[in-house]
Design a protein around this ligand. Structure first.
Ligand code: DX5
Ligand code: ZN
Length: 224
């Protein structure tokens, strides 16, 4: 895969929320492609984060990069509608959090956003059967959702390779994203396993120089 096709999506969960607009601007100026926006509801996951108003604020602040909304909420449909109005580009959700996965995917697309399903580390890609032709993105979790800064779970690599084969064999136009514990030391392994879109929170926002860390990640993706 050409290096230019790789997407780096910093997770703003690890940003300084008191200066969120500036932080998002800084990572985008430093070369990040998308903004990964983690939504947690203290129900589907124990943590509680941010909602559509914050997404709208980032757009109003002038952020034009794609916003990749990762819903860790249950149920999903009302928030899909609100996030599509609030400027989301991608909206992904966990299939077990929706009462009707087809309806939720349809809602995302009918509201002008790109749709994706998210699989936790212990959920097989078989769950995606029947939905693949309606998806723009598949997100494989490499940690159990809920918190930033967790250790990468290696078994996702094999799953990513299987998912890549399914995408290629069926000529699907689906991005393959991996989320959780991605850092400079393992981003290349994740790419080699078949992913093209990388979420990284603490490993980017935890560094003093966003340009340098993003550049280093891109350089490591270039190595043959
Ligand atoms: C986990 C979130 C991730 C997480 C990534 O529940 O979905 O996006 O914040 O953060 P790091 O890269 O620190 O694991
Ligand atoms: Zn996420």
């Amino acid at each position: 895969m050409a290096t230019k096709d790789y997407i780096i999506a910093p997770s703003i969960l690890s940003a300084d929320f008191s200066r969120l607009g500036e932080e998002v601007n800084s990572v985008i100026e430093a070369g990040a492609d998308w903004v990964h926006f983690d939504v947690m509801d203290n129900h589907y996951v124990p943590n509680l984060t941010i909602g559509p108003m914050v997404c709208r604020s980032l757009r109003d602040y002038g952020i034009s990069a794609p916003i990749d909304v990762h819903l860790m909420v249950e149920p999903v449909d009302e928030l899909i509608k609100s996030f599509s109005k609030a400027g989301a580009t991608y909206i992904t959700f966990h299939p077990e959090a929706s009462g009707d996965v087809n309806r939720s995917i349809g809602l995302i697309r009918d509201n002008g956003c790109k749709a994706g399903l998210v699989l936790n580390p212990d959920i097989s890609i078989d769950v995606l059967e029947g939905y693949l032709d309606k998806l723009d993105i598949v997100l494989l979790m490499s940690v159990f959702p809920g918190f930033a800064g967790q250790e990468f779970i290696d078994s996702v690599l094999e799953k990513a390779t299987k998912m890549r084969s399914v995408i290629n064999e069926n000529n699907l136009e689906i991005r393959l994203e991996v989320d959780g514990g991605i850092k400079l030391e393992n981003i290349k392994d994740v790419a080699d396993a078949g992913a093209d879109t990388f979420v990284s929170g603490s490993a980017i926002f935890g560094e003093p120089d966003y340009f340098e860390i993003i550049q280093k990640m891109r350089d490591s993706l270039k190595v043959e």
